[in-house]
Design a protein around this ligand. Structure first.
Ligand code: ADP
Ligand code: ADP
Ligand code: ZN
Length: 224
């Protein structure tokens, strides 16, 4: 006999920004929080890659910038996020992954919505770990789940164990582009930490350790 147990989803009503260098584990950890709290993850990088795949105007603009490791212009991405946050699924909270990426974007977010953000969570990972994480990263072509060839492999090799899709390497995860993404991060994105610190919203979590260890530390820091 099987017994049906209705599991009530806990809705956090949490508005979270993930900060941290490329490859820090933002997408990996955001997926756990989003799943547990039934809130969407808004990844501007994923939205831009989808636009490139669909050859939209936005995609055409973003393509060469992303492959060089440069940012797309603030006003463009601010418009994309503004439209996304208006959708119904954002009403109980959201996780922003990859946005804001400049202080101007952080300011625009605060102008968009009153109390746009409760917590800015910074995943702290030193530069020397980033190259290994990014060069070993693989993404499912179909469901976009993220793996790592050594640290977080799929049980099925280069096939996604969540959906059976093919795992591929992102075009911008090449050694040359990674170098530029790191310097763009330090110059343009890292100052956002100060922005949220001044607002009393910054929480820093050590992003070094296994995926599980970081997940535990994050949930603890968020009081979940
Ligand atoms: P990662 O997960 O490695 O940090 P993302 O998927 O967040 O990378 O972003 C990939 C690329 O998309 C960035 O290098 C940048 O070119 C572009 N991009 C994503 N989000 C933004 C943003 N908020 N502002 C400007 N460019 C962005
Ligand atoms: P971001 O979204 O910050 O760019 P990802 O979540 O895509 O980062 O993670 C980058 C790569 O590092 C992926 O291949 C992922 O599987 C791997 N990774 C994530 N968390 C850890 C961790 N704690 N230790 C080692 N590798 C990790
Ligand atoms: Zn998949």
């Amino acid at each position: 006999m099987t017994v049906d147990i209705a599991i009530k989803e806990v809705e956090y009503n949490l508005k979270l920004v993930f900060l941290g260098p490329p490859g820090a584990g933002k997408g990996t950890q955001a997926a756990y929080i989003a799943e547990a709290g039934a809130i969407p993850t808004i990844s501007t990088g994923a939205m831009l890659r989808e636009a490139i795949a669909n050859k939209t105007e936005l995609g055409k603009l973003a393509d060469s910038l992303i492959s060089k490791g440069e940012l797309v212009p603030d006003e463009v991405i601010i418009g994309v996020v503004k439209d996304r946050l208006k959708l119904d699924d954002c009403k109980n909270g959201y996780i922003l992954d990859g946005f804001p990426r400049t202080v101007k974007q952080a300011e625009a977010l605060d102008e968009m919505l009153p109390d746009a953000i409760d917590i800015a969570l910074s995943l702290e990972v030193p530069d020397e770990d980033i190259i290994e994480r990014l060069t070993g990263r693989r993404e499912c072509e179909k469901c976009k789940a993220t793996f790592h060839i050594k640290n977080n492999p799929s049980t099925k090799g280069d096939i996604c164990d969540k959906c059976g899709g093919k795992l591929i390497q992102r075009a911008d995860d090449s050694a040359e582009t990674i170098k530029n993404r790191m310097s763009v991060y330090h110059a343009q994105t890292e100052p956002i930490k100060d922005y949220y610190k001044k607002l009393g919203k910054l929480v820093c979590v050590d992003g070094v350790g296994s995926v599980e260890q970081v997940r535990t530390a994050l949930f603890k820091a968020l009081g979940l």
